[in-house]
Design a protein around this ligand. Structure first.
Ligand code: ADP
Length: 473
């Protein structure tokens, strides 16, 4: 039962409230009881004063001692027992309280001092012990009459009765308040947690196949609403990444199927008939070799991207000269370009020491250069410029080729995206690339893995310009 947040919340709530209520009740009881006991003492003091004033007045008027004392004690109500003793402690007059309770002879202290003396005495009444509060005081009546001791006592009963009432009231009010607040707390917890229950039920039903479903968001401004919204954002990201993965799988299998079916067709056609010439076998093997190379490029590229995705493709940085790497890549691309009649030129650059993954950066440059050469018809040119900028280093690869249609520009960095599939594949086969639409995504990832970026520069004129920005190291 304690595993339920609702129960724990309610128990905490009731527990804290119980502590507060008990503390409050104890304090209230102590305050009431102190004030009632003080009232009792004050009343006794007042009664003593009343008796004393009457006694002094009557004696002053020359009334006989006994009569004056009797008149004085009769001033009080019978709730209190009162008595007047003479200086030697003998009873002069008394008025017993209701129930025939007589005042006791005064305490020895009262016979010696004029202060009011208060004490509590215990009496036996019908087998029970009953406490009474007794106040006594020595009063100097006059020089010739001398001193008298007045004693007034009152029962504690009214005080203890009132305190019992207070206790009874608290015994009822505290548990009733706890019960009510417990029920209220339970309903409140139930209400506020109902959205969590709804969320968990919906979450249980969400799987890879229905990731587009979302958790219910109660009040989007409260904590639970924000939690649900955060979960929904997470689900949206998961959904996007799942869709991405699925598309990647579909595109990948499609790309792998093409060279495989070309290879199978080549073998089928060749083996269909006996007695093929060596030349025919050679042609078939050439096709199979080309397709196998393409296949391994695609697999390699996919492997690079897959490892990049899980963050496994750690960089292997080393120190090298970026200007030399640019020269080397341009030279490699130049061989292929020359066959097509495309010129590749490199702008003179300063010595640029760099710290990064030389292998990956070479791949990035080759991907950009291969693309440029691929899409530039004979007679055209490709230019590479390495320059420093305020932010770092820029490598610009521009060509005078076909350019990229405006509607395709935002998508060219997507995996497996190609503007013209057939043309791209055919050109790639000649160039030794995969032509699967992975080159630019790999190049961009390499630039970003070095803390830089790769962008297509918008241009009005024909041709395209890619700028790879790298931070200077
Ligand atoms: P691929 O392996 O097919 O070249 P990329 O990711 O390298 O794939 O390029 C994606 C698409 O962008 C290509 O299919 C091509 O249409 C276009 N593209 C890339 N570079 C250029 C360029 N320099 N000139 C014209 N089109 C280009």
């Amino acid at each position: 039962m304690l595993d339920s947040v609702r129960v724990r919340l309610t128990l905490w709530y009731v527990g804290v409230l119980a502590l507060v209520l008990v503390g409050f009740s104890v304090a209230l009881y102590a305050l009431v009881s102190r004030s009632l006991y003080e009232d009792l003492d004050d009343n006794l003091r007042l009664s003593l004063e009343t008796v004393a004033v009457k006694l002094v007045r009557e004696m002053g008027e020359g009334r006989p001692e006994r009569q004056a004392a009797l008149d004085a004690v009769n001033e009080l109500s019978t709730r209190e027992a009162a008595a007047v003793f003479n200086a030697s402690g003998d009873l002069v007059a008394e008025q017993p309280a209701q129930g025939g309770v007589h005042a006791r002879p005064p305490a020895a202290e009262s016979l010696q001092a004029d202060d009011i003396h208060l004490e509590t005495e215990t009496r036996q009444a019908g087998g029970d012990e009953v406490d009474r509060r007794v106040a006594s005081q020595r009063v100097q009546v006059s020089a010739q009459a001398g001193a008298y001791v007045l004693v007034v006592s009152a029962s504690f009963e009214p005080v203890t009765d009132k305190l019992a009432d207070v206790r009874e009231m608290l015994y009822v009010i505290v548990p009733a308040a706890l019960l009510l607040s417990g029920l209220g707390g339970w309903f409140l917890a139930r209400r506020s947690l109902s959205s969590v229950v709804a969320m968990s039920e919906r979450a249980r039903r969400i799987g890879a196949e229905n990731l587009e479903q979302r958790l219910p968001v109660g009040n989007p401004r409260d904590e639970l609403g924000r939690l649900a919204a955060t979960f929904n954002e997470l689900l949206a990201r998961l959904n996007e990444s799942f869709t991405h993965q699925r598309r990647f799988m579909a595109d990948a299998s499609h790309e792998l199927r093409t060279p495989l079916s070309v290879m199978r067709t080549a073998t089928d056609v060749t083996l269909e008939r006996d007695g093929r010439t060596e030349g025919e076998y050679r042609d078939a093997l050439k096709i199979i070799d080309e397709q196998a190379r393409r296949l391994s490029r695609i697999v390699e590229d996919m492997f690079t991207l897959a490892r990049a995705d899980v963050g496994q493709q750690g960089l292997r940085p080393c120190d090298f000269y970026l200007d030399e790497l640019v020269m080397e890549a341009a030279r490699a691309a130049g061989v292929l370009a020359a066959r097509k009649g495309v010129s590749v030129t490199v702008a003179p650059a300063q010595e640029t020491p760099f710290h990064g993954d030389e292998g990956l950066l070479r791949q990035m440059l080759l991907n950009l250069l291969d693309n440029a050469v691929k899409h530039t018809p004979g007679g055209g040119s490709v230019r590479v410029v390495l320059a420093r900028s305020d932010e770092g280093l820029n490598i610009t690869v521009s060509d005078t080729g076909t350019g990229i249609p405006e509607e395709a520009q935002p998508r060219i960095f997507e995996r497996f995206y190609r503007v013209d599939k057939a043309r791209s594949r055919a050109a790639a086969t000649q160039a030794g690339g995969s032509g699967a639409g992975l080159g630019l995504s790999i190049a961009r990832w390499i630039a970003e893995a070095h803390g830089g970026s790769l962008e297509l520069r918008p241009s009005e004129s024909a041709g395209s310009t890619f700028v790879a920005s790298l931070p200077s190291t």
